[in-house]
Design a protein around this ligand. Structure first.
Ligand code: ADP
Length: 353
């Protein structure tokens, strides 16, 4: 089977994440080691539409395993979603006679990869996102680094909060997913955590700050997910008004996207990249490589997309039609597991604060 494949492509798309470089490098190096030709497209799906191709040899991916960002650049390409854009992207893949393409990115990127595969381009999706919001996977590349960065920032804020007897409400990225806010909240000793997945008991959080202040506590950290819109800013004002603890609001924003990837992200990225190439060599495509129970496994790209929609409450009429009752049951089970995991962690916050 392997001798049927000659050339593969790789791109990174959507929001960048630390570890994307390590991942693209692993794709390139594994493919080169197996005697394949490798090309990259620059700037995500725009690179396909605008024909921005680079050949990738061994040295082209040197010195990046440890670096944040993505040397292939990234983009949000709206034209790719149109029939004309898709036709251009398919034509570009055909022009370079690639036998498959590895698309590294978040849920939007995987959605795009699903469309590409459904248009006849053999595709493998890899989960690169700081948000950890791909339902089919326990883990997305960049999540660990982003959380470590948040922890470092919050630890710094805590120092100054302690000196000045302040509260800091810290908003972190994650789109509609509260995982970063939740896990860093626990790891940084937040007094409260507000995320989209679980109703937030604002009155209880404020009462807790008042009670702890009365006992002599000086510093308070609250983490809020960006998925709650401007709520973090409002909450900071309310906390200050009701507790008389001076309260600052900090939006960590894009600082959390950058920086050198942690060992966890470098390793997972490397393993995922290598796995993508091995799958292609076995003639297996239209898959997403996901982590389940500490193991990397291949998941059908359409299935991954639909279970993601199910979890996010975005299912459309007919989405489940291609699937058997057994498959639908397994999707529901996975969604329930994800929800339960978030609720389990959330339940820790109050007791630990
Ligand atoms: P991420 O991959 O980090 O979730 P985006 O949601 O911006 O980031 O998606 C990245 C790119 O994937 C988009 O710019 C677009 O080119 C493509 N994409 C996103 N959503 C879709 C969709 N529904 N259909 C086809 N392509 C999509």
């Amino acid at each position: 089977m392997s001798n049927q494949i000659r050339k593969i492509a790789v791109l990174t798309s959507g929001g960048d994440a630390p570890g994307m470089n390590a991942c693209a490098r692993a794709v390139a190096r594994t493919a080169l080691a197996r005697g394949l030709e490798v090309i990259g497209f620059l700037g995500g799906y725009s690179g396909l539409l605008e024909d921005k191709m680079v050949k990738l040899g061994h040295n082209d991916v040197s010195n990046i395993v440890n670096r944040g960002g993505t040397f292939l650049y990234s983009d949000r390409c709206l034209d790719f979603k149109t029939p004309e854009g898709m036709a251009k992207a398919v034509a570009c893949c055909k022009k370079y006679e690639i036998d498959g393409i590895v698309c590294i990115g978040g849920d939007g990127t995987l959605r795009g990869a699903t469309d590409l595969s459904n248009h006849g381009i053999p595709t493998i999706g890899l989960t690169g996102s700081i948000d950890n919001d791909i339902t089919a996977s326990d883990y997305t590349i960049g999540f660990d680094t982003a959380m470590n960065t948040v922890c470092e920032m919050i630890d710094r804020l805590r120092d100054t909060c302690e000196s000045h007897a302040r509260c800091n409400v810290v908003e972190v990225m994650g789109r509609d997913c509260g995982e970063i806010a939740l896990r860093t909240g626990i790891a940084c000793g937040a007094v409260a955590v507000a995320i989209p997945e679980v109703p937030f008991d604002e009155a209880a959080a404020i009462a807790k700050i008042k009670a702890l202040k009365a006992e002599g506590k000086r510093n308070f950290i609250v983490t809020v997910s960006e998925g709650l819109g401007k709520y973090g800013e409002d909450l900071a004002k309310k906390i200050q008004a009701e507790t008389e603890v001076e309260t600052k609001f900090a939006r960590l924003a894009h600082v959390v996207r950058g920086g050198n990837p942690t060992l966890r992200d470098r390793l997972t990225a490397s393993e995922m990249g290598a796995k993508a190439v091995e799958l292609m060599l076995e003639g297996k495509t239209n898959l997403v490589v996901v982590e389940r129970n500490s193991e990397l496994v291949a998941c059908d790209i359409n299935y991954s997309h639909i279970v993601d929609r199910m979890y996010k409450g975005k299912l459309k009429d007919g989405d489940l039609d291609p699937y058997s009752a057994e498959e639908i049951a397994s999707m529901k089970e996975l969604c329930a597991y994800r929800k339960a995991e978030i609720e389990r962690l959330y339940a820790l916050v109050d007791d630990l604060a």
